[in-house]
Design a protein around this ligand. Structure first.
Ligand code: ADP
Ligand code: MG
Length: 917
């Protein structure tokens, strides 16, 4: 029973229904469930709302109190559940109350009890479960006690308590042993049956104590001498324990029944001694269940010492300790009414002190009062955990049917109603069992010590045996060695004596031979001495001659040394000169490679420029005639100052004359690079004059004639085209046979770009008024008409430009009255050379540069009346009409229109062709 409002008890209060019925409140109350997940009811059977328990004990609530909820320190809300049980009329009541109706009426299906106030009025109360007089003991156990017992097995504390007037069936409900009829077994017996069925006798413990509380004295019903047991409260956890109470371990149902019988006998004896009745005392059965949930296999303490089982055995087992308290309370009737005699009023008060304190505590808890007077009595101290604590509590209130006890019945019902408002927070009592782990480890350690000792002993014996064996072997080896040494010594002694003897014999023989040999030796020596003397004198003379020779050679050597020294100084000088030469050569080579790299760089740049030129087709330059020069110019402009600068640099560094001289170089590659560089320079207007003055134009034209290489042709023609931009150069080109060189080049060309360059050059020449006749005379127009066969639009555009230029000059001359370039008939030279069909054919070309130039050419040709007939016959009239209407350039459109309108021949032609103009 917790004091204060700390716990969450604001849950499901249920008010008594006085006279009215509010079924809606009934439906809000759910069966006792501690499952944290509301969508999953912990108990399947909804037919028993008090408990929600189904028939199977363990299966009915799988993990309902374990799992996540167990780890949650805050606990799970669990209201005190209250059932009411009505006792059937007994014999006395059947007689005495025969004429009266029962004061209570039950509606079990609605879980309601109606208490008759008088003949007209009843009060209605709702309970978690309403058990009629016909309810079996089994059913009562299942709805009231079973969920609590299951909780205890899962490690929660649980309380089952009966409250009611004496004689209403509290003891019948809780304490019946069922010896006469097993169906009558009460809650205590059935609870123990379920507990014993669940626990493992080898590792789990079931311990029981049985007590009686009378006049605030706690007596041990298992040991009557123990009659004032003190209650110890642990300050931290608030757990209550009774260290003085006898604890009996229960292993089977039989011993439990005997224990209950013994307790009952002691209770009877004690009450006789105290001159009281059992109805005045409270009986408390406490069942401690300790179960190992994890590490069960380790707890069985296996003997095989393999490593995994060793590791497992080092983990402490996880144990759950649940305590079930079954309380058969003293009768709730008022003392005075029950007629207790022999006791003073004070005594009477004391007898029921605990009960009234319990009522006060429950009132305080029901009203969420800040102070709960737990410490006012021993009963409330003992039941601290059962009301407002961590236990799951189930209360059965017992009532009788007799109207004579209506008042007691009403107060019992009110007690039950208030108890229903008490909210507990269920908490799992789970902990690691370090003690049992320590015990297990102690046993293991002892085993290991014994094993070690055995091995140590065996080891020592083995060592002794090996030492003795080794000793034996050593002494045997020593003996063998001594024998062998002695044998050897004797053998050598014998050999020595024999050798001495032999030497003595030899010495004797030598002594005899020596006398004869000495004479012979003397003669021999004298001969040898004479010979040696002769040899000595010969040697002396030879040595003298050799000494002379040596002197001679020495003087020669001195001479040689002198001449060698002078030769050496000569060699040094020469070597120095050679080194200087090498140095000079390296320098020159460096310069050469530098020049080569510059040349390569420039040719690369020239190539790049050409590529860009090739890519940017004619028609891109706004206005003007798409001459290569203007393209190059724009290209140079586009490419920025870098390239220009590099060409200019080259100009400065190498000098134009040197570059031009390279045009005639023997190496073809050098020639190609040189012509590219010159072409690049020629693209720049400022350079053009310098190039021409330095004879560059002449060299380029010569190259066109002499070279066979198409690249040279292409690049040279491009350069010439650029130079052909100004009048003076045009004349120079013409005077140096440029037209015939260009037309020959065109006739050999395979690359359209070469043709484009050649056509561009001729087109520029076509724009010179003074050169018209000469140009035509040298086959310029013919050459253009040859070039068109290639069909490349870029090439055709250049041809068209040339023709337009030519026609423009003719038209200018006609308006100025100078017809020098005309044929005898006065017709245009273009028409004379057969260019008209091509012009007409391309006047409506898809390529706009071609169309623009040919349209212009037609307009210019049409200016002169003498061309009109040919133009009409070649179909140019149609084109002129089209130009006058469709040409996007307004000036050309107007020119065409004006021409058509003013020329009599054209007007006649239009009429003839029925063209409405
Ligand atoms: P209490 O312990 O509340 O004083 P008891 O359990 O001693 O009451 O019951 C008084 C009498 O009523 C007993 O003789 C008991 O057998 C009988 N009794 C109680 N409840 C029932 C019941 N539900 N059915 C049959 N008899 C009952
Ligand atoms: Mg009783």
């Amino acid at each position: 029973m917790a004091s204060g409002g700390g716990n969450n008890r604001n849950g499901t209060h249920r008010n008594s229904l006085k006279g009215t019925t509010t079924t809606s409140t009934a439906s809000t109350d759910k069966p006792l469930s501690v499952n944290s997940n509301p969508s999953k009811p912990a108990f399947k059977n909804k037919s028993s709302p008090l408990t929600g328990a189904s028939s199977g004990l363990r299966k009915s609530s799988p993990g309902s109190l374990g799992g996540g909820a167990a780890k949650d320190d805050a606990g799970v809300p669990g209201r005190v559940r209250v059932a009411v049980r009505l006792r059937p009329r007994n014999a006395e009541e059947s007689v005495a109350d025969a004429d009266f109706a029962d004061c209570v009426e039950l509606q079990p299906e609605l879980k309601r009890l109606k208490l008759r106030k008088n003949n007209w009025d009843t009060d209605t109360y709702e309970f978690d479960e309403v058990l009629t007089e016909f309810a079996s003991q089994k059913r009562v156990y299942e709805v009231v006690a079973k969920p609590v017992v299951e909780g205890v097995l899962d490690g929660y504390n649980g309380t089952i308590m009966a409250y009611g007037q004496t004689g209403t069936g509290k003891t019948y409900t809780l304490g019946r042993l069922g010896e006469e009829d097993t169906a009558n077994r009460g809650i205590m017996v059935r609870a123990m049956e379920d507990i014993l069925a669940e626990v493992s006798p080898e590792i789990d413990y079931v311990l029981v104590s049985y007590l009686q509380l009378y006049m605030e004295s706690l007596q041990d019903l298992l040991d009557p001498t123990n009659d004032n047991i003190s209650i110890v409260e642990e300050p931290k956890s608030g757990d209550v324990s009774l260290p003085g109470a006898t604890l009996v371990e229960i292993r089977d149902q039989q011993s439990f029944l005997e224990l209950l019988r013994l307790g009952e006998a002691h209770r009877h004896a004690a009450n006789t001694k105290l001159n009281t009745e059992s109805s005045r005392s409270h009986a408390l059965l406490m069942v401690h269940v300790k179960r190992t949930v994890k590490g069960r296999e380790a707890a069985h303490s296996s003997d095989n010492g393999n490593s995994t089982s060793m590791a497992r055995s080092l983990r402490p087992p996880l144990v759950r300790k649940g305590k079930l308290v079954v309380v058969d309370l003293a009768g709730s009737e008022r003392i005075d009414k029950s007629g207790s005699d022999g006791h003073t009023r004070e005594e009477a008060k004391s007898i029921n002190l605990s009960l009234s304190a319990l009522g006060k505590c429950i009132n305080a808890l029901a009203e969420n009062s800040a102070h709960v007077p737990v410490r006012d009595s021993k009963l409330t101290r003992l039941l601290r955990d059962s009301f407002g604590g961590t236990a799951r509590t189930s209360l059965v209130i017992t009532v009788g049917p007799s109207p004579r006890h209506r008042g007691e019945t009403a107060s019992t019902i009110m007690f039950g109603q208030r108890a229903m408002k008490v909210e507990n927070m269920l908490k799992l009592k789970e902990e690691f069992d370090y003690k049992s782990l320590a015990r297990r480890l102690d046993i293991q350690l002892d085993k290991l010590i014994m094993e070690h000792e055995r091995k140590q002993k065996a080891f020592e014996v083995e060592i002794e045996r090996i030492t003795a064996e080794a000793q034996n072997r050593i002494s045997e080896a020593e003996r063998n060695y001594a024998d062998a040494v002695e044998k050897e010594r004797l053998k050598y002694q014998k050999d020595y004596m024999e050798s001495i003897k032999k030497l003595e014999e030899k010495w004797m023989m030598n002594q005899q031979n020596q006398g004869d040999e000495r004479k012979e030796q003397m003669v021999h020596i004298a001969e040898e001495v004479a010979e040696v003397k002769k040899l000595l004198s010969k040697e002396t003379s030879l040595r003298k001659a050799a000494e002379e020779e040596v002197d001679n050679l020495k003087s020669q050597l001195a001479q040689l040394k002198m001449s060698e020294a002078s030769a050496n100084s000569e060699i040094l000088k020469l070597r120095k000169m050679v080194e200087d030469e090498v140095c000079q050569k390296e320098k020159l080579e460096g310069e050469i490679s530098m020049l080569q790299s510059q040349l390569l760089h420039l040719s690369f740049e020239a190539d790049e420029t050409r590529k860009r030129l090739d890519r940017g087709g004619p028609g891109k330059v706004p206005g003007g005639l798409d001459s290569p020069v203007s393209q190059v110019r724009s290209q140079l402009k586009d490419s920025g100052n870098g390239e220009k600068a590099s060409v200019a640099k080259l100009f400065e560094q190498v000098g134009l004359q040197k570059i031009l001289s390279l045009l005639e170089a023997e190496d073809a590659d050098v020639r190609i690079h040189a012509v590219k560089v010159v072409a690049n320079l020629a693209a720049e207007e400022t350079n053009q004059q310098k190039i021409v003055e330095a004879g560059g134009l002449k060299s380029l034209l010569m190259l066109l004639g002499s070279s066979e290489d198409e690249t040279i042709h292409r690049v040279a023609a491009g350069a010439i085209a650029n130079l052909a931009m100004n009048e003076k150069n045009q004349e120079l080109i013409m005077s140096q046979g440029g037209i015939s060189l260009l037309s020959t080049t065109a006739s050999h060309a395979k690359d359209p770009q070469t043709l484009r360059m050649v056509a561009g050059a001729i087109a520029n020449l076509c724009g010179n008024d003074k050169l018209q006749t000469k140009l035509r005379g040298e086959g310029g127009i013919k050459a253009l008409l040859e070039i068109v066969k290639c069909g490349h639009p870029d090439v055709l555009a250049q041809v068209a430009r040339g023709i337009a230029n030519f026609a423009k000059c003719e038209s200018r001359a006609s308006t100025q009255g100078t017809f020098s370039q005309r044929s005898k008939t006065g017709r245009s030279l273009l028409i004379e050379d057969g260019a008209l069909p091509w012009i007409v054919q391309n006047a409506n070309s898809d390529a706009s540069p071609i169309r623009r130039h040919t349209e212009l050419a037609l307009c210019h040709l049409a200016q002169h009346e003498v061309n009109a007939k040919d133009m009409i016959s070649e179909g140019a009239l149609w084109e002129l009409v089209r130009i006058s209407q469709d040409c996007p350039r307004e000036d050309i459109r107007t020119l065409a229109h004006r021409t058509l309108a003013s020329s009599p021949d054209f007007i006649a032609g239009l009429k003839r062709l029925r063209i409405d103009y």
